[in-house]
Ligand binder design. Sequence first.
Ligand code: HPA
Length: 251
Amino acid sequence: MTMPPDLAVIGGTGLYQLADLQDVETRQPGTPYGAPSGPVRIGTLAGHRVAFLARHGEGHSVPPHKVNYRANLAALQAVGATRVLALNTVGGITGRFGPRVLACPDQLIDYTWGRISTLCEEPGSEVLHVDFGDPYTPSLRARVIAAAQAAGVVLIDGGCYGATQGPRLETRAEIARMRRDGCDLVGMTGMPEAALARELRLEYACLAIVANWAAGAGPDPDEVITLEDVLANVAAASAGVPAIVGGVLAG
Ligand code: HPA
């Protein structure tokens, strides 16, 4: 019997594998909710077992509104994970959250629609009214922040993640509204993942990687967001991610 992983990591756009993972075994767990986005790869990092799943599939074939968030989390739970660190590529809305910044948000606002956002979907399933005042698990957030500090990786502690439907990017007016609402970051995959993790009683925290200024939020109001810029910024900002993951495992 193999050891359950100490941590599961869900990779987002531009993060289809975890660098430095050794002795990797591949699992394809079935779930009551259907198939996850791809295989779960379990390997060793910093002397601990860690499970990795690419949220959009390893070839980025699943758009945000089509991700089977329930199956992804259930697959990670099926391989024994109890803690999930979600890597989310985002746009920055407020001043400190510019491109290439890493952040560990502590709040979120859900603007998504039409996604299966609960385990209570099937007729006869138990109705769960989980507490979601703190959408991210405070103890896991604290480990992420401590790991970044110990590794000397700059990470903003806090911020509000606004989850939009996508796959299109937002209008300037939508971003202006999100700023008024109190959002610092905007991404397409933060919900329902966080809420489902809570329903499944998984510890869950988000490590957000800012890829671009959200529409109209940067110093150049006419800037057009390109996929090339997004991927280049994610690649640059992700350099610190393995050290944070390693520190969370060791903490
Ligand atoms: N908006 C929504 N999601 C994103 C963005 C954005 O500007 N950048 C990366 N993911």
